[in-house]
Ligand binder design. Structure first.
Ligand code: NFE
Ligand code: MG
Length: 500
C-alpha cells in the first residue's frame, strides 16, 4: 500500500522548504525537495557597482552572511585584480571560523537535537542536579510569569520513538540553554573583526578594514577558548550519545556518497581544508569548469544546463514539470553532497590537514566504525568534529596575525573583468561568479551549499542529494514524518541561501 507524507513548511530552518514523500511498505520510495520561494538577488545585482556586491549578497542570509561576504569579495578581487594581504586573509578566516562555530552549534542544539529529545521530561522534572540549574530557573520563570510556555520552543512535536533516558533528555535540554550563551560568544567573536553580526561591515574587496589590535585579538582568544571547552566537553559527547541512543540513525540516510568541497581557510602554505571531490571513494582535484546548473525541474525559463559564468535567472512560476525554486547544480553531471561531512570526507581521503588522523581518533574514542559516517548522525558527528578541529586551528591563525602589517590592499579597479569567488560556508561549497562590464555588474550568479544539497531532479531524473538520502528510509506507519525531518535537518537546510 502506498501513502504520501508531506512536511511543509519544514520548521526550525531559515527559508521555506517542503518535503514530499511517497511511502511504500513502510519505506520512503520517493522524495521531492521543494524550495517554496523566489528571492532574486542575482537579478537585483545587475547594473550595480561591483563594490555593492559583498554588501548586498551578505543579506542573502542572516546565518552565514560572512561566507557570502568572502565569496563575493573573492569574486570581485578576481575580476579587478586585487589580493587581500596576509593579515586580511587570516582575519577573514577567523571571522568565518567564528561563524562556523556559531552555525554548527545552532544546527545541533537549536534546530536538530530536539528531534531526538523527549521534552515532556521537562514538565516532570523535580530533581536537584546543579547541572540543570539553568534549565530549572528558566522553566520556573516561564511558569511563574503565568505563561503556559515552559516548553514553548519545544512543542508541538512530531510523534516519534524518543528514548526514555533522563540523563539524555534533561541533559540535552540544559545544553540547549548553555548553547545559546556559547553562540552569543561566537557572535561577539565574529563582530570583533567583522564590525557587527550578522552582515559584517569590515569585509571588503582587498581585505578587512579593522586592522590587528592585540587587545581585540586576546578578547577573541578568550571567547574562543570558552567555546572550545563547550565543544570538547559537551557538543562532542552529546553527538556521540545520540549515535549510541539512536543507532538506526547512525546507518540510514547515506545519500549519494559523492562529496564536493571548494576548500577554504587560507594559510601561508595553502588552504587548511582542501578543495576536491570524492567520487566512488576516490579523491579527485576540483575542476570548477565541470559545474553546471540544470533547470529541468526548477521554476526558471528553460535553457540547457549552464556553468554559472553563463547562468541566467529568469523566473517562470508556472513552468510545466517544475516543482522547486532551487536550480539543480551538478558536477560532471552528478549530484554532489556538500557540507561538513563532505569536507571531512574530502580532507580525510586526500589525507590532508591531519583530518584523517583526527577522524580515526574520534571514531576510536566514540567506539564507532567509519561506516557510520555517511548517515544522519554521521553528518552531525562530522559537523561536531569539524567544530572541534576548527576551534583548535583558529588559535594558530590568531598567532599568525601581525599588528604592524596592513590588513587591506589599496583599492584599484578595472572597468571590465570576470571573477570566480569560492569558499566553504558552514553548510558547504559556496560560489559567486561576477562579470563586470563598463564598471557595472553585467552578470552575477550564486550557487549556495543548500542549492547543491536540496536541489530537485535534473534532465536525467537524477534526484538531488537530500532526495536520494530520504529514499529507502524506514518509517513507522504511526509517525507523521519524523524520520524525514531528522534526515533533512542533518543537512542543515537554509532555503534563504538556496534560492537566493
Ligand atoms: Ni543561509 Fe548558507 C551556509 C550559504 S546555506 S546558511 O552555510 O551560502 O546554502
Ligand atoms: Mg544561483
Amino acid at each position: 500500500m502506498s501513502r504520501s507524507v508531506s512536511i511543509g513548511p519544514v520548521t526550525r530552518i531559515e527559508g521555506h522548504l517542503r518535503i514530499d514523500t511517497r511511502i511504500e511498505n513502510n519505506r520512503i520510495a520517493e522524495a521531492w525537495s521543494m524550495g517554496e520561494m523566489f528571492r532574486g538577488f542575482e537579478t537585483l545585482l545587475v547594473d550595480r557597482d561591483p563594490l555593492d556586491a559583498p554588501v548586498i549578497t551578505q543579506r542573502i542570509c542572516g546565518v552565514c552572511s560572512v561566507s557570502h561576504a568572502i565569496a563575493s569579495c573573492k569574486a570581485v578581487e578576481a575580476a579587478i585584480g586585487l589580493k587581500a594581504p596576509r593579515n586580511g586573509r587570516y582575519l577573514r578566516s577567523l571571522t568565518l571560523g567564528a561563524n562556523y562555530l556559531q552555525s554548527h552549534i545552532l544546527n545541533f542544539y537549536h534546530l536538530s537535537a530536539l528531534d531526538f529529545v523527549r521534552v515532556e521530561e521537562l514538565l516532570d522534572y523535580r530533581g536537584k542536579d546543579p547541572v540543570l540549574r539553568g534549565l530549572k530557573i528558566w522553566a520556573s520563570q516561564e511558569i511563574s510569569s503565568g505563561r503556559i510556555l515552559p516548553i514553548a520552543p519545544f512543542l508541538p512535536k512530531l510523534p516519534a520513538d524518543y528514548v526514555d533516558n533522563n540523563n539524555w533528555n534533561l541533559g540535552a535540554l540544559s545544553h540547549y540553554l548553555e548553547a545559546l550563551e556559547i553562540r552569543q560568544e561566537t557572535h561577539e567573536m565574529t563582530s570583533l573583526f567583522g564590525g557587527k553580526m550578522p552582515h559584517t561591515a569590515s569585509l571588503v574587496p582587498g581585505g578587512v578594514t579593522c586592522g590587528v589590535d592585540p587587545a581585540v585579538v586576546e578578547s577573541f582568544r578568550t571567547r574562543l577558548r570558552r567555546v572550545r571547552r563547550f565543544i570538547e566537553l559537551t557538543y562532542i559527547p552529546d553527538v556521540i550519545a545520540a549515535a549510541r541512543l539512536y543507532p538506526q540513525y547512525a546507518q540510514g540516510g547515506q545519500g549519494v556518497q559523492r562529496y564536493l568541497s571548494y576548500g577554504g581557510f587560507e594559510e601561508d602554505n595553502g588552504d587548511w581544508l582542501p578543495a576536491g571531490t570524492v567520487i566512488e571513494d576516490r579523491f579527485e582535484p576540483l575542476d570548477t569548469a565541470a559545474i553546471k546548473e540544470d533547470l529541468t525541474a526548477s521554476r526558471f525559463r528553460q535553457t540547457i544546463a549552464k556553468h554559472p559564468r553563463e547562468g541566467v535567472t529568469v523566473p517562470e512560476e508556472d513552468k510545466k514539470g517544475a516543482y522547486s525554486w532551487l536550480k539543480a547544480p551538478r558536477y560532471k553531471g552528478l549530484s554532489m553532497e556538500v557540507g561538513p561531512l563532505a569536507r571531512i570526507m574530502v580532507a580525510a581521503t586526500a589525507n590532508s590537514a591531519g583530518v584523517g588522523d583526527a577522524l580515526q581518533a574520534f571514531l576510536r574514542e566514540a567506539n564507532l566504525p567509519a561506516s557510520v559516517l555517511p548517515s544522519v548522525l554521521g553528518r552531525h558527528a562530522a559537523r561536531a568534529l569539524e567544530a572541534l578541529l576548527l576551534s583548535q586551528q583558529m588559535e594558530t591563525w590568531l598567532d599568525a596575525l601581525k599588528p604592524e602589517e596592513a590588513s587591506l590592499a589599496p583599492y584599484q579597479t578595472r572597468p571590465n573583468g570576470y571573477g570566480e569567488g569560492l569558499t566553504e560556508a558552514p553548510r558547504g561549497a559556496l560560489g559567486h561568479w561576477i562579470t563586470i562590464r563598463n564598471d557595472k555588474i553585467e552578470r552575477y550568479q550564486c550557487v549556495a551549499p543548500s542549492t547543491w544539497n536540496f536541489s530537485p531532479r535534473d534532465q536525467h531524473q537524477q534526484p538531488g542529494p537530500v532526495e536520494a538520502a530520504l529514499t529507502g528510509i524506514e518509517v513507522n506507519e504511526n509517525y507523521q514524518g519524523i524520520e524525514a525531518a531528522r534526515t533533512v535537518r542533518s543537512f542543515d537546510p537554509c532555503i534563504a541561501c538556496a534560492v537566493h
